[in-house]
Design a protein around this ligand. Structure first.
Ligand code: PMP
Length: 420
């Protein structure tokens, strides 16, 4: 493998191009394992940025892509439709709450978030409420790396450098009440005040339900979402849930919003949607929202990515969504949750550890300081487990098919990383 070309010419995410941190050469992957150019294997404990939840190279997904590639690899979605988009819509409609039934495909999670924000603004515009042109979001939130999505993410988070460029939205303090603690009404006060003060300028509130990912790794109380739904209704504000990281089983329920039994007006999905094979996401609106935007057929939603509803990605996604009925992922995730809780409990007592939290197939050790990237690489290679700590978090989001002995290897590696 030409690692010199990689080192000299390729930019990796969140990394400098000069003196970059070390990378592994991957040559193949299947199930929970990634095989490396030097012959070693790593257990993918973070499902390749949380998407390969059914395991790498699932034959069902690969067969769907292969079959589709022989018929139609791509066609523009303006003026055309095709079987894979329709089949995927049918699968999704079986899984979504009936209220969410108008699906707009996008090519990445960030773009789906942009679409959801645009839908909310267009909805208020179509109602003549032009002052409602901003959104409200949560501190500690993360919604993607494009400019519109960055603007909705924690203003003190990884995107601070671009703050001069970003549209200004409203932010409420992040929810602090833990998932399994007794609900504290004070937790919702900042959002309630924000809506009381500014609802006439706010088109929608966006939130990652129950689990705030890349900017906080925060697992919070579902009651927050019930209060949020009520407050949005009272203030004539739409509610957007970003389920890109949490959707399709990651938190132990099909969608994280199911913990609260709350349905938003618009929802974003991505990542596990296409089973870690091709890039696909969607913004899904309620019929009411899409009807208002459509103004009886006179109003078009103003977005149209080149690769929208790519047939290969849709075929992969339809197969990935069907897989949710083909094995007992709920039980797998629940067993993994119990095991990770049990095995990580002792990490709480380590000197550099501030907190340990687990929900579904998500485990987080919050530390004062993560080890250097060289030390991380040394530990993950020693344990044969791929983990990628960042910020103050050593976390795992394993594929749902990870067996017990591999989960043990993952929690062992996490504990060694927490030691430093
Ligand atoms: N929203 C959430 C909650 C995410 O976790 C992510 C990705 N980590 C995104 C949006 C952005 O998705 P993508 O990387 O596919 O653009």
């Amino acid at each position: 493998m030409h690692t010199k070309i990689d080192r000299d010419h390729l930019w990796h995410p969140y990394a400098p191009a000069v003196n970059p941190p070390p990378v592994n050469g991957a040559v193949s992957a299947s199930g929970t394992h990634i095989r490396l150019a030097d012959g070693d294997e790593l257990i993918d404990a973070i499902s390749s940025w949380w998407c390969a939840a059914h395991g790498h190279n699932r034959p069902e997904i690969l067969a769907a892509v292969r079959g589709q590639s022989e018929k139609l690899s791509h066609v523009m979605f303006a003026g055309f439709t095709h079987g894979p988009a329709i089949a995927l819509a049918e699968e999704l409609l079986k899984k979504l709450p009936p209220r969410l039934n108008r699906i707009f495909f996008a090519d990445s999670g960030s773009v789906a978030v942009e679409c959801a924000a645009k839908m909310a603004i267009q909805y208020q515009f179509a109602r003549g409420l032009r002052k409602k042109s901003r959104l409200a979001a949560l501190r500690g939130g993360y919604h993607g790396d494009t400019i519109g999505a960055m603007a909705l993410s924690d203003p003190g988070g990884m995107h601070t450098i671009f703050s001069g460029l970003l549209p200004k939205h409203f932010f409420a303090d992040r929810p602090k009440c833990r998932f399994d603690a007794e609900w504290d009404d004070a937790d919702f006060s900042p959002m309630r005040k924000l809506l009381d003060d500014h609802a006439d300028e706010i088109a929608a509130v966006i939130a990652e339900p129950v689990f705030q990912g890349a900017n906080a790794m925060n697992i919070y109380h579902p009651e927050y979402l019930r209060q949020l739904r009520r407050a949005c209704d009272e203030h004539d504000v739409l509610l957007i849930f970003d389920e890109i990281a949490t959707g399709f089983g990651r938190t132990g329920k099909l969608f994280a919003m199911d913990h609260a039994e709350v349905v938003p007006d618009i929802m974003c999905i991505g990542k596990i949607l296409s089973g870690g094979v091709l890039t696909l996401a969607a913004a899904i609106a309620s019929e009411h929202v899409s009807d208002v935007i459509s103004e009886g057929g006179r109003g078009a939603f103003l977005h149209g990515p080149t690769f929208m509803a790519n047939p290969l990605a849709c075929a992969a996604a339809a197969a990935s969504v069907r897989l949710l009925d083909a094995y007992d992922w709920r039980n797998n995730v629940l067993s993994m949750e119990r095991q990770m809780r049990r095995e990580l409990a002792e990490a709480r007592d380590l000197a550099g550890v501030d907190d340990v939290r687990v929900l579904g197939a998500i485990a987080v050790i919050e530390v004062k300081k993560i080890p250097s990237s060289a030390r991380v690489m040394e530990i993950v290679r020693k344990h044969g487990v791929w983990l990628r700590p960042f910020g103050r978090w050593i976390y795992a989001m394993p594929p749902f098919i990870t067996p017990e002995d591999e989960v043990k290897l993952i929690t062992d590696a996490m504990k060694e990383l927490a030691h430093g």
